[in-house]
Design a binder for this molecule. Structure first.
Ligand code: UD1
Ligand code: UDP
Length: 370
């Protein structure tokens, strides 16, 4: 490679930041690459917290977040703002992650300017446009704008090939979140959020997806309430997303429950270490399904469908749906049946070996040598 190539990484939400920061570190370590970072500001405090944990700084921050922002507002703000950043920097490659509105709008802005896009965590599909919403649309649209596709698993690569993406443009790398765990997990971790007694079982709970908000979220949390009332040795920690709609439902449904801790968003180091010390994980999140698999923690997914079937096939994950009774029954089975628990927690991790960032960076360097 003769000259230094400029890569512009763009992201805006907490999960993108967690999965892009280790990659940015790897890119910065290569002398033939120059890395610029643009935060869209789709999230504010939650993305800032991740940047602090990874000791990363952005070159640009579009700072678009507003309370109860709409998808159209986020899309327009990023198209306009990131378009301006691109016009100024004219990078050789734009790097986007996953399926957020940030990834969609940023890839579209790059596409409009004729700048190649690489998609990290490419090829996930639920094959249902309404779930997750609007992420299934976003990830498909990003694929259309992308030149390189970094698929975390063989199944994700297959999804892309089924949509006509050339085999030569797809790289199976594993998920960068497994790399992130290398930075965050600590043997000597301590926290007041961890149960004081080893006989207590901690359920790590997150729930805040856009399509869950309203009745599905209320149902999920009612199930949790009933479970803590029924099992005296079970404690629940529920870090709340700052979306006011989520906080309101959570406080109303779980506020005052004796063994439920509602807390502000955890920084990523606390989050990963508390998950690693929990008994099981109950979530509607995407990334937490991958982390749970890497940590050997059974994960019950409060959704009707997942774009991450690998965890279910490996045995570490189960779909618990959004129905209160189904969720309750699925959790009870794991709490009551030691054999089921042992089998699930011993399942292999299908999401990579922690070297995704190296593989992605190598592929980018090879692309520039073409
Ligand atoms: C977004 C992504 C979703 C991802 C999730 C991770 C889209 C369409 N959705 O959804 O794929 O799983 O992030 O959390 O891209 N807020 C704050 N501070 C923050 C972040 C959010 O106050 O640091 C509040 C704001 O009121 C904001 C609201 O949360 O308006 C919703 O944020 P938004 O990014 O629109 O949606 P998420 O549900 O977070
Ligand atoms: N997470 C965190 N603090 C919390 C809750 C979650 O750092 O209080 C991390 C979690 O470890 C995972 C990511 O946020 O890496 C998941 O984010 P979210 O569920 O919001 O988004 P998704 O993965 O569904 O896109």
């Amino acid at each position: 490679m003769s000259d230094i190539k400029k890569i512009m990484a763009v992201f805006g939400t907490r999960p993108e930041a967690i999965k892009m920061c280790p990659l940015i570190r790897e890119l910065r370590a290569r002398p033939d690459l120059c890395v610029k970072v643009c935060l869209t500001g789709q999230h504010r405090e939650m993305a800032a917290s991740v940047m602090r944990c990874f000791d990363e700084r952005a070159d640009y921050d579009l700072d678009i977040m507003r309370e109860s922002q709409t998808l159209s507002y986020v899309t327009c703000g990023i198209l306009e703002g990131f378009g301006g950043v691109l016009a100024r920097e004219m990078p050789d490659m734009v790097l986007v992650h996953g399926d957020t509105t940030t990834a969609f709008a940023a890839s579209l802005a790059a596409f409009y300017m004729g700048i190649p896009v690489s998609h990290v965590e490419a090829g996930l599909r639920s094959h249902n446009m309404r779930a997750p919403y609007p992420e299934e649309y976003n990830r498909r649209a990003v694929a259309l704008a992308s030149s390189l596709h970094f698929a975390p698993t063989a199944r994700a690569a297959e999804n892309l090939m089924n949509e006509g993406v050339s085999h030569a443009d797809i790289f199976i790398t594993g998920n960068t979140v497994i790399d992130a765990l290398r930075y965050t997990l600590k043997d000597d971790y301590q926290s007041p959020y961890l149960p004081a007694s080893p006989s207590e079982r901690l359920i790590f709970l997150t729930a805040h997806r856009r399509e869950s908000i309203g009745e599905p979220l209320e149902n999920m949390l009612r199930a949790v309430r009933e479970l803590t009332e029924a099992y005296e040795d079970v404690r629940v920690i529920y870090p709340l997303h700052p979306n006011p709609k989520v906080t309101e439902i959570a406080q109303r449904t779980l506020g005052g429950c004796e063994r439920v801790t509602l807390c502000p968003p955890l920084d990523v180091v606390d989050c990963h270490n508390i998950m690693a010390r929990s008994y099981l994980i109950l979530t509607d999140s995407g990334g937490i399904q991958e982390e749970a698999a890497a940590l050997g923690k059974p994960v019950l997914i409060m959704r009707s469908v997942t774009e991450r079937p690998e965890g279910i096939l490996s045995g570490i994950a189960r779909l618990a749906g959004t129905d209160r009774y189904q969720i309750s029954a699925t959790v009870r089975e794991l709490l009551d049946n030691k054999d089921t628990y042992k089998k699930m927690s011993g399942s292999p991790n299908p999401y990579g070996d922690g070297n995704a960032c190296i593989k992605i960076t190598d592929a980018l360097e090879r692309y520039f040598c073409r």
